[in-house]
Design a protein around this ligand. Structure first.
Ligand code: C2E
Ligand code: CA
Ligand code: CA
Ligand code: CA
Length: 279
């Protein structure tokens, strides 16, 4: 009923109806995608200054039937809203751990680590740490090979529960990287309570690193913070050799970005790694 009278309240808003339908359609598509297993892990190399490719970040891609590729910014939020992130997140961890086992059994890849992104709903979902522990045992993964990437949003809501889950996993050797570091709003005090092993400098600080004095200062500060806390540090979004050289001067020795390679399917990642590490 349209009621745009005195109060200008409209109960029938065509635009809103369209958005509701589109959202419903997207939900149906995502449910089908889970059932049909249309999600695939891509891998982006993580390169150390002295040791070549030392690991990869697993980045999810959606291949709906005959429709090309869809990137995570377009479906991760919906997976989180619908709760489907739990199922998809389990698949990501399963496929990632399986890949780690394959690498462990291939001499040229046996040292590689794998970083997997974990949503807060996933980490706080009951049974998360036992699921990960079970995969580690099932695929006989060496401690330290699996890194979970979390963001501030993960612990900001429920720090106690988050710390508890992280500690359970840290005790079996799982590493934790703090992704998008410096972009959130929480205080630095949480760095004391979380069992982190790595800080990841967000790509927003790398983008204009060469021209922007503030970005340089922030990156430098993150590196020295990591050093003083005994944490590894890696920069994401490295696109050119100048950024790489500057980061090296700032003391950051691990890099990820298009300068090396985009995220690609496992075959391409492995070919890239084989060639890169041969040089
Ligand atoms: P993120 O974890 O911050 O991942 C880094 C993003 O930067 C990736 O985008 C990657 O492809 C992109 N990137 C890498 N190198 C460069 C570069 O040199 N320049 C620029 N401009 N971008 C670069 P992608 O793959 O589209 O993923 C977007 C976000 O989706 C991720 O951001 C992460 O938050 C989320 N995501 C991806 N896979 C998963 C997953 O399996 N689970 C969950 N929960 N989230 C995921
Ligand atoms: Ca990440
Ligand atoms: Ca990031
Ligand atoms: Ca991000």
């Amino acid at each position: 009923v349209k009621e745009s009278g005195r109060n200008n309240i409209s109960f029938y808003d065509p635009q809103m109806q369209i958005e509701i339908l589109q959202r419903k359609q997207m939900e149906n598509d995502l449910e089908r995608a889970v059932v049909n297993d249309e999600f695939i892990l891509f891998y982006q190399p993580q390169v150390s200054y002295n040791n070549g490719v030392v690991g990869a970040e697993a980045l999810l891609r959606w291949f709906p039937l005959e429709q090309g590729i869809i990137y995570p910014n377009e479906f991760i939020p919906q997976l989180e809203e619908t709760g489907l992130i739990i199922l998809v997140g389990e698949k990501v961890l399963y496929d990632g751990c399986k890949k780690l086992q394959q690498w462990a059994n291939t001499p040229e890849f046996s040292q590689l680590t794998l970083s997997v992104n974990v949503s807060s709903a996933q980490l706080l979902h009951e049974g998360f740490s036992s699921y990960v522990t079970q995969l580690i045992n099932q695929f006989k993964i060496k401690p330290g090979k699996l890194k979970l990437e979390i963001t501030e949003s993960t612990f900001i809501e429920n720090i106690d529960a988050t710390v508890a889950v992280m500690n359970e996993l840290a005790n079996v050797g799982v590493q934790f990287s703090l992704d998008d570091f410096g972009t959130g709003f929480s205080s630095l005090s949480y760095l004391k309570s979380l069992p982190l092993t790595e800080l990841k400098i967000d790509k927003s600080f790398i983008k204009d690193l060469l021209e922007d004095k503030s970005d340089m200062a922030i990156s430098k500060t993150i590196v020295s913070l990591a050093n003083s806390l005994g944490l590894d540090v890696i920069a994401e979004g490295v696109e050119c050799i100048e950024q790489l050289q500057l980061l090296h001067q700032l003391g950051c020795n691990n890099y990820q970005g298009y300068y090396y390679n985009r995220a690609s399917d496992a075959d391409e990642f492995e070919t890239f790694t084989r060639n890169y590490n041969k040089q």
